[in-house]
Design a protein around this ligand. Structure first.
Ligand SMILES: Cc1cc2nc3c(=O)[nH]c(=O)nc-3n(C[C@H](O)[C@H](O)[C@H](O)COP(=O)(O)O)c2cc1C
Length: 380
């Protein structure tokens, strides 16, 4: 049996990824900010929630389909935007997007993806959303949004929790802090992980195709990521949000929402969806666990817009818990990237199959015939 087929949980895929990747790359993916309190709490918060299962309901064919902004997804899932994925696997963005398409769920392309908006649109079989980091160069922001629109992306996701880069101490210690310096340690690490190194050698150092042209042509690869980091627009505010709303006629989702007051104000300001997230514990350490934030936000938004929840989803039962608390869908970040790190598209398909199988099982065992039937009464 291949290592991939032997992986029966997301935790197994994580362990395989840890083995295959150099430590600096694995920790870049896996780690969080500062003391990783929020990273750990994202999991702990899911683990604190208990089901109060129902019985004697016909659960012979649980219905996993979810309505997401007028389109039907085969499962209540969406791929969270992730930058720099090609560090883990050549063309990881395409691998993840193809697996998402095969599973009938949307894929969100990051501003900091290694694949351009256009190249992804040409290759991806399923619905695409584009995630925008707001940069100080407003003309460049507009260009990104126009490109996404021109390429048929159905939703714009504006990430608002990156007013500065989180302090990720593993990255600083591992020297993966951008700009990437290939030093003795990285070379040695590569030699210890020859298959990974071969992939990187074939694919080359990751290039950030969407922000190509933002800076001097001489700037390449991860140096651009550093420049983008310095050029994040920390002045982005409610007025500017309104202008973005006016400029994008399609579905607009705001990612990085945690506070109920922001949630209601965003809906009043015209947001079509809220993405409740603490960036997988990679930004503000000490921020509330996302699923706890969801439990506070859903009661005040009253289903006015779809809520997406990410950060810490590792089990199908987490997705059911999120649904019961009022989320329409769960965003999948690292779980997909662990899969990609181990086996490219096949690895991501495997990760999504694990999650949907576990979700189906959790629905049956909790007596939940359809996602619509999952509400707070299902939880202790
Ligand atoms: C390697 C990596 C890169 C990420 N890059 C981005 C990004 O470019 N834009 C963004 O909005 N979020 C980014 N995120 C955050 C994810 O979209 C998502 O919020 C987070 O991964 C969810 O938590 P989970 O990994 O526990 O599922 C990134 C996360 C990881 C792990």
């Amino acid at each position: 049996m291949s290592a991939l087929a032997a992986a029966i949980s997301i935790a197994d895929l994580r362990r395989l990824a840890q083995r295959r990747l150099p430590r600096s790359v694995f920790e870049f993916i896996d780690g969080g900010a500062e003391d990783e309190v929020t990273l750990a709490d994202n999991r702990a918060a899911f683990e604190r929630i208990r089901f109060v299962p129902r019985i004697l309901n016909d659960v012979s064919a649980p219905d996993l389909a979810a309505d997401l902004f007028g389109a039907t997804a085969a499962a209540p899932l969406v791929i969270s935007p992730m930058g720099s994925c090609a560090l883990a696997w050549p063309d990881a963005d395409l691998a993840i997007a193809r697996a998402a398409g095969a599973h009938g769920i949307p894929y969100t392309l990051s501003t900091m993806a290694n694949t351009s908006i256009e190249r992804m649109a040409a290759a991806a079989p399923g619905p695409l959303w584009f995630q925008l980091y707001v940069l100080e160069d407003h003309a460049f922001n507009r260009k990104l949004v126009e490109r996404a629109r021109g390429s048929g992306y159905s939703a714009l996701v504006v990430t608002v929790d990156l007013q500065a880069g989180g302090k990720r101490e593993r990255d600083l210690r591992n020297g993966i802090a951008i700009p990437l310096r290939i030093g003795v340690r990285q070379v040695a690490d590569g030699l210890l992980h020859p298959r990974w190194a071969l992939g990187l050698a074939r694919g080359g150092l990751p290039v950030f195709e969407n922000v190509h042209g933002l800076f001097d042509e001489g700037t390449a690869g991860l140096t651009i990521a550093a420049r983008v980091g310095e050029n994040l627009d920390a002045a982005f505010d409610w007025d500017r949000f309104q202008r973005l709303r006016d400029a994008w006629p399609g579905t607009l989702i705001v990612k990085g929402v945690a506070h109920p007051q922001d949630a209601t104000r965003l809906i009043d300001a015209g947001a079509d969806g809220l993405w409740i997230s603490n960036h997988g514990g990679r930004q503000l350490d000490g921020a509330i666990a996302s699923v706890d934030a969801l439990a506070r936000i859903a009661p005040v938004t009253h289903g006015r817009v779809p809520l997406i929840l990410d950060s810490g989803v590792r089990r199908g039962s987490d997705i059911l818990k999120a649904r019961a608390l009022g989320a329409t869908a769960a965003g999948i970040g690292r779980a997909a990237l662990y899969g990609a790190s181990v086996g490219g598209e096949a690895g991501v398909r495997h990760a999504l199959a694990i999650l949907t199988d576990e979700l189906t099982r959790a629905m049956k065992l909790s007596g939940t015939p359809s996602l619509a039937a999952a509400d707070r009464t299902l939880l202790a």
